[in-house]
Ligand binder design. Sequence first.
Ligand code: FES
Length: 118
Amino acid sequence: MTVHTTEDAAYRPAVRVCRLEDLPTVGAVAADVEGRIVALVRTEDGTVHCIDDQCTHANVSLSEGEVEGCAIECWLHGSRFDLRTGAPTCPPATVPVAVHHVIIDGDDVLVALTNDQN
Ligand code: FES
């Protein structure tokens, strides 16, 4: 397994999670990264983001939501989260989701989990 380190102490060492081809062209999939369930999200511009998979409004998987621009919308009540910051941009959610660091290494997708537990 490839292990990368980040310069930022706010993140754990990066681990390989999947290959780029495992991700939808535009959309999200859930993944288990060291026991933490995350959503890997690829947007129209090809950027891959990683956030905690659970909506902060209730126990719903965000990876089952719709990706629009640089946001993902929870399918249950319509909360939207900015994939860059995790901030909710549309209610009812008011609490951000945690954002993890993504590294693309060739065809591999690596994630460095944030130490932030929110
Ligand atoms: S469970 Fe996600 S918005 Fe309500």
